[in-house]
Design a protein around this ligand. Sequence first.
Ligand code: SF4
Length: 119
Amino acid sequence: MSIDIDEIQVLMAGGPERPSLAELLATLRPGWMKDARCKEHPDVNFFPARGQKTIAPRAVCDRCLVRCECLQFALDGELAGIWGGTSEQQRNQALRKGLDAAALLAELEAGVTGRTEAA
Ligand code: SF4
C-alpha cells in the first residue's frame, strides 16, 4: 500500500481545522475505505485530546470490517488519533516491538497490550 505521508501530514496539521476521520479517508481514498465504519459516524471524535475518553471511537472500530487494514495504515503512516481501535501510544509500543497490525490486534485480543489511556 502506498501512503502519501506528505499529504497526511498536511491534513493532520490542521489544528482546530483538522478534518474528521471520515473527511481524511475521503481525501486519501485508501482501498479499504469503502468499508470504513467511521464513515457512518461523522460525529464521533477519532482525534481525542489527551485525557479525553475514547470509548466512542473504539466502539465504532471494534465492529469495523477493515480494522486490520486501517490499523496497518496508521502504523505505516505513524498517525495520531484512534485508528483500528488503538491509540497512538499503543501503536508506538507496537512499532517498537516490531509488531504489524495483525500481531497488535492479536495482543489486544489476548490482553497482552492493554488500553493505556482514558477509556
Ligand atoms: S477501524 Fe475505526 S478508524 Fe479504522 S476504518 Fe474502521 S471505524 Fe474507521
